[in-house]
Write a protein that binds this ligand. Structure first.
Ligand SMILES: *[C@@H]1O[C@H](CO)[C@@H](O)[C@H](O)[C@H]1NC(C)=O
Ligand SMILES: *[C@@H]1O[C@H](CO)[C@@H](O)[C@H](O)[C@H]1NC(C)=O
Ligand SMILES: *[C@@H]1O[C@H](CO)[C@@H](O)[C@H](O)[C@H]1NC(C)=O
Ligand SMILES: *[C@@H]1O[C@H](CO)[C@@H](O)[C@H](O)[C@H]1NC(C)=O
Ligand SMILES: *[C@@H]1O[C@H](CO)[C@@H](O)[C@H](O)[C@H]1NC(C)=O
Ligand SMILES: *[C@@H]1O[C@H](CO)[C@@H](O)[C@H](O)[C@H]1NC(C)=O
Length: 490
């Protein structure tokens, strides 16, 4: 029994990871360079607070102590981060120069010769360099994960001068004491690099919002579906990008189309958002009966009298005389049932197609419903996507509804009546709703610390491609880490 459960879980999780992702992030070398600039600044800041402990030691006949060791000058030559392997980066800091000064004293004693002297010293470490490998991965809850390994230091010439004391005694210990300081400095640097990767950078990428609410009842799942990968042109991250119903979290039963190929590298980042992302949202809306609706005199606002069967000017009754005659002083209702999941299509434009089965009734004075006829309707809305502050917004540019009348129990219905229902009842009712939905915006998976600079939005086959530069914004204080879903929560 258990074996069966474990086996099916295995199949299930394999099935999940085999799915195409909904979002692809590509960071170019230029984008990585931004991170490098930030990292280099942080190195310099961290070096300022580096502590070098007092060195004590002894050699034949001499005990020495080097105290008050301070960094007087630090120069970070060049820092760079680049591809190392398919899933790691190499961070190289080279041409670093570091000057220190400090105080020394020693006690020398050999037979009856005894000396106790003190003085100061300076040491210049030149062209130090470090290579660190940054391993990219994901943790079990689908969030990105960084590990620093293999800190390899190397160093150029080291020059030192001691002021005070006796040269021949200083020669006995100086080399050894400075080697110990050098080792400590290298160890401290490796600690700084490791800390910047595994603490600072990790905490920034942990802020990637992997579970963002969309409206009140849905969330978009931005977990990584695999470890980030590094190719010659890009650091690539694939996110799931599917929309889940907040309370049940079952996934849409289809997978994303593959992404359009991108070969541009002039911008810092390229974000591709598949139409799958929007389609999983529409799937959830459809599955949870958010697409069907009734248009009645109570919910259509100031247009309510257009649903009247009796009027002097402008109402459905004037276009369908049969109902004005049979049902005077009543009102008409449209019960719209979606017959298929609405679908987003991204190509040379973005369109959303929805299909309805609309049953038209008359609400009689005794409140009973009397069926009249049915309209099958296909609505296509064209939406112009826009980008603002990390959200994709849509602007409704055009809605076209095609209708057919079927199953009429009141005989033939004039084409004008149908046009009236489309133009004066349905479109004015639906368009603001669609507009409002589009205006709410769809959140993109971006980090708090990075802002898009002059993003451009392009339409590709089955995807929106955002090409953008990035700006780093240091943030202090409490982070806005969202809760990460564990794999079991799917
Ligand atoms: C080390 O560099 C400083 C300048 O930062 C200079 O004043 C000092 O003389 C140099 N020391 C040695 C030993 O070269
Ligand atoms: C529309 O009205 C019918 C009959 O009153 C009702 O069964 C149905 O649930 C309503 N649909 C919506 C979406 O409110
Ligand atoms: C529509 O009907 C309602 C009552 O059913 C009435 O109050 C209203 O005046 C009517 N509108 C027109 C334009 O006749
Ligand atoms: C419809 O309303 C008008 C005005 O309110 C009234 O004169 C007429 O008798 C009503 N017709 C029916 C069938 O109730
Ligand atoms: C349309 O709705 C009617 C009932 O209102 C139903 O009989 C019919 O099967 C529906 N058509 C589709 C395609 O769902
Ligand atoms: C309306 O009917 C025509 C012909 O029967 C058909 O070609 C068209 O697809 C139908 N349109 C809708 C919206 O059902």
């Amino acid at each position: 029994m258990w074996r069966l459960v474990i086996f099916s879980l295995f199949i299930f999780s394999k099935g999940l990871s085999a799915r195409n992702p909904g979002i692809r992030l590509q960071i170019t070398q230029k984008g990585i360079d931004i991170v490098n600039t930030v990292a280099a600044d942080l190195v310099s800041n961290n070096v300022k607070t580096m502590k070098i402990t007092t060195q004590t030691g002894s050699d034949i006949n001499v005990n020495y102590e080097l105290t008050n060791v301070k960094i007087t000058r630090f120069q970070l030559g060049k820092s760079s981060i680049s591809r190392y392997s398919g899933n790691s980066l190499r961070w190289t800091a080279e041409g670093m120069n570091l000057d220190i000064d400090g105080l020394f004293q020693y006690k020398y004693s050999r037979f009856f010769e005894k000396y106790l002297d003190k003085g100061s010293f300076t040491v210049n470490f030149s062209t130090m360099s470090f290579k660190i490998i940054i391993q990219l991965g994901t943790d079990s809850s689908g969030r990105p994960n960084l590990k620093a390994s293999q800190c390899v230091p190397s160093s150029g010439p080291i020059k030192y001068v001691f002021h005070g004391g006796k040269d021949w005694i200083i020669k006995l210990f100086a080399e050894k004491a400075i080697r110990a300081i050098h080792l400590q400095i290298e160890k401290n640097f490796c600690g700084i690099f490791k800390g910047l990767v595994e603490k600072n950078a990790q905490s920034i990428i942990s802020n990637v919002k992997v579970q963002i609410p969309v409206g009140n009842s849905m969330i978009v799942d931005y977990r990584l579906i695999s470890s980030p990968s590094v190719s010659t042109n890009y650091l690539e991250v694939y996110l799931k990008g599917s929309v889940l119903w907040r309370y049940s979290q079952s996934e849409a039963p289809y997978s994303a189309p593959s992404f359009p190929y991108n070969y541009h590298t002039t911008k810092m980042a390229y974000v591709a958002v598949s139409d799958y992302v929007f389609n999983t949202m529409l799937y959830q809306a459809y599955r949870h009966n958010m697409v069907g609706m009734n248009i009645t005199s109570t919910n259509i606002g100031f247009r309510r009298s257009m649903l009247n069967t009796t009027c002097s000017e402008n109402c459905i009754g004037r276009l369908i005389p049969q109902i004005a005659k049979s049902f005077p002083n009543c009102s008409v209702e449209l019960h719209m049932q979606s017959t298929q999941q609405p679908v987003t299509n991204i190509g040379s434009s973005v369109s959303v197609t929805a299909e309805w089965n609309i049953s038209v009734y008359v609400r009689e004075l005794d409140n009973s419903l009397h069926y009249l006829f049915r309209v099958s309707a296909v609505g296509v809305s064209k939406v112009t996507p826009r980008l603002n502050n990390g959200m994709i917004y849509g602007q409704l540019s055009k809605t076209e509804v095609q209708t057919n009348i079927t199953d009429s129990v009141i005989g033939a219905i004039d084409e004008k009546a149908l046009q009236f229902l489309e133009d004066d009842i349905m479109t004015p009712y639906l368009a603001p709703m669609v507009s409002a939905l589009c205006k709410r915006g769809f959140p993109l998976p971006i980090m708090d610390n990075f802002q898009f600079v002059q993003p451009e939005l392009k339409l590709k086959k089955n995807a929106i491609l955002i090409e953008t530069n990035l700006k780093y914004i240091p943030r202090s204080g409490k982070s806005t880490v969202l809760r990460f879903l564990s794999k079991e929560d799917i």
